[in-house]
Design a protein around this ligand. Structure first.
Ligand code: ADP
Length: 501
């Protein structure tokens, strides 16, 4: 590392007391976000028909903070009877209220929800980081603003569907069952609920069992926004609850984001029914650095693509391809940057990499690290310290990885990056596309023509050029191959929630 000023004990970097330290990066004093302003109930019921109700079984399960293993709240376990109640409420609301309401009025509710997310953004960001383990910087600057932006965006479409699909007759599908994962709990709820409501559908949504809290806070917002009862129902539980939603006879549409394995189960379950389905599944994105790329910017993009967010994104740039002539240089820069990453308390504003979402996920990542070592790739990890309590993983590289390695082919969902080199454009396209997935990719080069060439040949739903992990509600997102089908976001995101004649 370059020379860095080490912060003195009393916290004043640059003061006379600060000493030059040639061995390590900046040492920042802790800067934790306050938790005083958040309000969490001890126990959450199921949000059905506009109110929180007890689960029929009387069963609850705990949700914890993965950064310190502390219990946060009890949430209700929904069983089949509760799923029936939620679907019934959604159906009644659809028939009696929502499908009959003028579209502009629907839009007003969405605007109201968007504004209330903004008003409560600090609380939502803190709870997101506590329940899910992601750094507050990420939940505060990405997840929560984007969740509000999705409601704003789709609010605008509610009364313009005829313009969205000109010369077609547009009608809603009915009741949508929506199942979401733990990596972007609030944002995924917004991705699912906002277009569904804008198009005139009603919803039964289930968040992931390890991150239910911001969806339940959203339920409070929806209740306080005065949305007619039953238009949005939010129920909690694990895979069995999800399966009850998928198999429910009175649901017209299933929208799922999660693992490819569960996506395949869902596809089988709905085969032969007239349910519409959209699936956003796993990914193994290639991040490709050409020799003419702005290398420092590219290194920052690699770090952003895989390490910020603990690698917990389906679109994570988990496979790095570097053109051979600059490989040594990029790897040197990458290792140096990894040394400066701070792994630790998600609520600390200095933290780059927070906690792994669950013990099970951490074990899975460790298993893959073991597999990578046995397969013979060269293992490298940052020497940063990690907290002794909670679920943490150092940023890790597998250098000289080869195409057949499992760590290159399979989704790890952790801060683990495989590194390969290439010589020609044809070679890297071949290698990058050689995976069962096709969700996203990144290309770093100075040449616009190269970007266009790569974009047309990469089998990925999104190709970012000289950037990575950029999201916008106006832009569609979704995959090829085993990464699923259907698009979320943008005009395309409405297509999964309408009948067109
Ligand atoms: P991840 O690996 O991201 O945790 P999962 O696919 O296991 O992904 O979970 C994503 C969501 O799917 C969660 O809300 C989970 O409870 C739900 N789920 C798990 N199994 C099933 C199933 N068989 N049917 C429907 N939903 C399921």
């Amino acid at each position: 590392m370059e020379n860095k000023l080490k912060t003195s004990k009393n916290g004043s970097a640059g003061s006379k007391k600060a000493a030059l330290d040639f061995s390590s990066g900046w040492n920042y004093d802790p800067s934790p976000e306050s938790k005083d302003h958040i309000r969490l109930e001890k126990k959450y019921g199921l949000f059905i028909n506009g109110e929180f109700v007890k689960p029929s079984s009387g069963k609850y399960f705990g949700t914890i903070n993965p950064a310190n293993e502390e219990h946060l709240a009890q949430v209700a376990l929904a069983e089949e009877k509760d799923v029936n109640d939620a679907v019934k409420a959604a159906r009644t609301a659809y028939n009696k209220v929502w499908s009959k309401m003028p579209a502009a009025e629907r839009g007003k509710y969405l605007y109201r929800i968007a504004r209330m997310i903004q008003e409560r953004s600090r609380e939502l960001a803190v709870i997101e980081s506590m329940d899910g383990g992601k750094p507050i910087r990420e939940s505060r600057d990405v997840d929560v603003p984007l969740a509000a932006a999705h409601f704003f965006y789709y609010a605008g479409w509610a009364d313009k569907l005829d313009y969205a699909f000109p010369n077609r007759k547009v009608s809603p599908l009915g009741v949508a069952g929506q199942i979401i994962p733990w990596n972007f709990p609030l944002l995924m709820a917004a991705w699912k609920i906002a277009p569904a409501l804008a198009a005139g559908n009603t919803v039964v949504l289930k968040p992931a069992e390890t991150t239910p809290l911001t969806a339940l806070k959203l339920a409070e917002i929806i209740r306080d926004a005065g949305l007619p009862p039953g238009v949005v129902n939010i129920i909690t539980g694990a895979g069995k609850t999800g399966a009850s939603i998928v198999n429910h006879k009175d649901i017209n549409k299933i929208a799922f984001t999660g693992s490819t394995d569960v996506g395949k189960l869902i596809q089988r379950a709905v085969a032969g029914t007239d349910k519409k389905v959209t699936l956003e599944l796993g990914g193994k994105a290639a991040n490709i650095i050409f020799e003419d790329a702005p290398l420092d910017q590219a290194v920052e993009g690699i770090i952003n693509g895989i390490f910020f967010n603990q690698g917990h994104v389906c679109c994570a740039g988990s496979r790095l391809f570097i053109q051979e002539s600059v490989a040594a240089k990029v790897i040197r820069k990458l290792k140096a940057r990894m040394e400066s990453l701070i792994v630790g308390d998600p609520l600390d504003k200095n933290t780059d990499i927070g906690a792994i979402n669950s013990k099970m996920q951490l074990e899975k990542i460790r298993e893959y690290i073991g597999i990578g070592k046995n397969e013979g790739a060269e293992f490298y990890e940052s020497s940063c310290s990690i907290p002794s309590k909670g679920y943490f993983c150092r940023p890790t590289l597998f250098l000289n990885a080869s195409q057949s390695h499992r760590v290159v082919q399979e989704e790890i969902f952790g801060p683990v990056l495989t590194v390969q080199t290439f010589r020609t454009v044809e070679e890297v396209i071949e290698k990058a596309n050689n995976t069962p997935y096709g969700l996203s990719a990144g290309v770093w080069t100075d040449k616009g023509s190269k970007i266009f060439n790569m974009m047309s040949k990469m089998r990925a739903g999104v190709v970012w050029a000289n950037t990575f992990n950029k999201f916008d509600p106006t832009s569609p997102f979704g995959g090829y191959k085993e990464s699923g089908y259907g698009r979320e976001g943008g005009l395309h995101g409405l297509m999964g929630y309408v009948n067109l004649k």
